[in-house]
Design a binder for this molecule. Structure first.
Ligand SMILES: C[S@@+](CC[C@H](N)C(=O)[O-])C[C@H]1O[C@@H](n2cnc3c(N)ncnc32)[C@H](O)[C@@H]1O
Length: 226
C-alpha cells in the first residue's frame, strides 16, 4: 500500500522519550495508511465535527488525522480533537507533536483518563473514533499503562473493556477505527460489535509485520435496521 501523505515530524522526540511513551511502530503506521485511504470518505462525506483518539501516545495518529488527512478542511468543518491516555507522560508529548507539526493547540483537548471516562462531547457524539490499543498477548498481570502495549489474555483485556463504550460515544454517522492483530480474533470482534451493539465492521487495511499480522477494522452503525 503506497503512502503519499507525509508522516508527522517526530524529530523533537529523543530515544529517552520512548522510555515513557509508546514509540510509533508498524501498528501506528498501518493506522496512518488506513486513515489516508479513508481521506476521501472523511473529507467528502463525513466532514467530522468531533474526533477522539483513545491512547494517543506520541500523538502521531491525531497529528496525522488533523494535519494531513483533514488538513485545512478541519477549520471549515469546525473539527475539534480530543485525545486521551492513561499514561500522564503521553499527553504533553502529544501536544509537543501537534506544535512541532504546526497544528493549532486550541483545537486539541488532552485528557488523562481511562478510555474517555468523565468526559462527553458537547455534540451528539464522536464522528471519528480511533484506538490503537494494547493488543499484545501477555499475562493478565501485565495489563496497564506502560508505553509498550500489554493486552493480557488473547490481547483482548483492554479491547473487550472498550467495546461496550463505543456505541455510547459514537455519533449516528460516526466511524470507529480499531487496530487488531490475528491473536485478538478480529472476526469474533466484528461479530460481537454487530450482534451486541449494532455496529458493522470491515477490514480496511491489513499487513504482516514481523511476527504480527495487523488489521485495521472500521465500524459504523447498522442503519439498515432503523
Ligand atoms: C499501542 S499504544 C498506541 C499509541 C499511539 N496511538 C500510536 O498508535 O502510536 C497504546 C496507547 O494506549 C494507552 N492506553 C492503554 N490503555 C488505555 C486506557 N484504558 N485508556 C486510555 N489510554 C490507554 C497507552 O498508554 C498507550 O499510549
Amino acid at each position: 500500500m503506497a503512502s503519499y501523505l507525509p508522516t508527522p515530524d517526530l524529530s523533537h522526540l529523543k530515544s529517552a522519550d520512548y522510555h515513557n511513551v509508546y514509540e510509533p511502530a508498524e501498528d501506528s503506521f498501518l493506522l496512518l495508511d488506513a486513515l489516508e485511504l479513508e481521506a476521501p470518505f472523511l473529507n467528502d462525506q463525513l466532514q467530522p465535527r468531533w474526533c477522539l483518539e483513545v491512547g494517543a501516545g506520541s500523538g502521531i495518529v491525531s497529528t496525522f488525522l488533523a494535519g494531513q488527512v483533514l488538513g485545512s478542511r478541519a477549520v471549515d468543518f469546525g473539527t475539534c480533537f480530543v485525545v486521551t491516555d492513561l499514561n500522564p507522560r503521553a499527553l504533553p508529548v502529544t501536544q509537543a507533536t501537534w506544535a512541532r507539526n504546526g497544528l493549532a493547540l486550541h483545537r486539541l483537548h488532552c485528557i488523562q483518563t481511562d478510555f474517555i471516562r468523565g468526559w462527553r462531547p458537547a455534540a451528539q457524539g464522536f464522528d471519528v473514533l480511533v484506538f490503537n490499543p494494547p493488543y499484545v498477548v501477555t499475562s493478565p498481570e501485565e495489563v496497564g499503562s506502560q508505553p509498550r502495549g500489554r493486552g493480557g489474555i488473547d490481547g483482548r483485556q483492554v479491547i473487550d473493556q472498550f467495546l461496550p463504550i463505543v456505541p455510547t460515544i459514537l455519533s449516528d454517522r460516526g466511524v470507529f477505527y480499531l487496530v487488531l492483530i490475528e491473536q485478538n480474533r478480529p472476526q469474533e470482534i466484528i461479530s460481537i460489535m454487530r450482534d451486541q451493539y449494532g455496529l458493522l465492521g470491515s477490514i480496511v487495511a491489513q499487513r504482516k509485520a514481523g511476527i504480527e499480522y495487523l488489521y485495521i477494522v472500521k465500524f459504523s452503525r447498522d442503519t439498515s435496521t432503523t
